[in-house]
Design a protein around this ligand. Structure first.
Ligand code: F6P
Length: 346
């Protein structure tokens, strides 16, 4: 029997920061692979670490039942970067070699890598080493190149928006300025969407360098115009002076110092990544998972599944690896928010 007609054996791993929807994606790949194609599915523990140590187990349909709504990842995750040498030796490729060896020993026909930008970069490097790889993009940051949307993002927007909504009433009662720091690494998507959904008066994102004087004057003017409170939504990745560790804390201190207006900060943190995925993320993750299984069945490797212009499609890993999808200065949402009087600090 030719290799193509023998049901395939696939490995799945989840790497990088977790997010809501990963289990839905594991279920999507796993169930489609098993039910539609009769494949064997091997779950690899803790991202690329599990391939280095060969820590894995067969994922059966029973492992995949009841996980659609679960937050986190049943496989565990890590930020292991196998191509980043941790030894002083030049050209130390011990980890990639172990990964290749274990991929062969496990008899895998393909490795599914569920992760963000870092994971896609590693996945691409493994595909250059000769492994069959398919990527599934996930992250609350929504910054993976090649896809309009990653799962995890919608859930995080919901969580961050609820937090901003809740700040409005307490800000109003106390006539305070509330600064809320939102995750997103170097991208401003999460701050932009939740800031817009939550009616932030100021939205600061790393892609649009801000001027502190503009923010201070804007907030003073609002107070003078009898607006009793203001909400400042800042992405964690905006530029702040060296030595400062949190955008939210720094800004709140500075605003109170300069404007004299009572100010408080909220650093929202990991709640943005935790818990059950939103219905939209469950659907997107399931569709991504099924699409990944279909690519594998067609021997269409070296790609990530993507959501582009409302359709599920795929993009070459070579196009995606090493890039970050950032908010453009002239993004229609930025333009629209500006036209409604929202300040981006410029
Ligand atoms: O990429 C997701 C993310 O939550 C970012 O928004 C944040 O900057 C980072 O991960 C935090 O990473 P860690 O889990 O290593 O603290």
């Amino acid at each position: 029997m030719s290799k193509n007609t023998v049901p395939k054996r696939i490995g799945i791993l989840t790497a990088g920061g977790d997010c809501p929807g990963i289990n839905a994606a594991i279920r999507g790949v796993g169930k489609t692979a098993i039910v539609k194609y009769g494949m064997t599915v091997i779950g690899i523990s803790d991202g690329f670490s599990g391939l280095i140590t060969k820590d894995c187990f067969e994922l059966t349909e029973s492992h995949l039942s009841g996980i659609l709504t679960l937050g986190g990842t049943i496989l565990g995750t890590s930020r292991e970067k196998p191509f980043k040498s941790d030894s002083k030796k030049k050209n130390d490729n011990a980890k990639p070699l172990l990964i290749k060896e274990h991929y062969e020993q496990l008899g895998l026909d393909c490795l599914v890598c569920i992760g963000g930008n870092g994971t896609m970069k590693t996945a691409h490097m493994l595909s250059l080493e000769g492994l069959n790889v398919v990527g599934i993009p996930k992250t609350i940051d929504n910054d993976v190149w090649g896809t309009d949307m990653t799962f995890g993002f919608d859930s995080a927007v919901n969580i961050a928006t609820e937090a901003i909504d809740r700040l409005h009433s307490t800000a109003n009662s106390h006539k305070r300025i509330m600064v809320i720091e939102i995750m997103g690494h170097n991208a401003g998507w999460l701050a932009l969407y939740s800031g817009m959904a939550g009616g932030g008066d100021v939205i600061l994102i790393p892609e649009i360098p801000h001027d502190e004087d503009v923010i201070m004057n804007y907030l003073k003017k609002r107070a003078n115009d009898n607006k009793p409170y203001s909400i400042v939504v800042t992405a964690e990745g905006i530029k702040i002076p060296e030595g400062e560790t949190s955008a939210g804390r720094y800004l709140a201190r500075k605003i109170e110092e300069v404007t004299g207006l009572e100010t408080r900060e909220t650093v929202l943190g990991y709640v943005q990544r935790g818990g059950s995925p939103s219905p939209m993320d469950r659907v997107l993750a399931s569709r991504f998972g099924a699409a990944a299984a279909n690519l594998i069945a067609e021997n269409d490797f070296g790609k990530i599944v993507a959501h582009r212009k409302g359709e599920i499609s795929s993009v070459k890993l070579a196009e995606v690896a090493g890039k970050t999808k950032l908010v453009e200065h002239d993004d229609p949402m930025v333009k629209q928010a500006r036209e409604m009087g929202t300040s981006f600090g410029v």
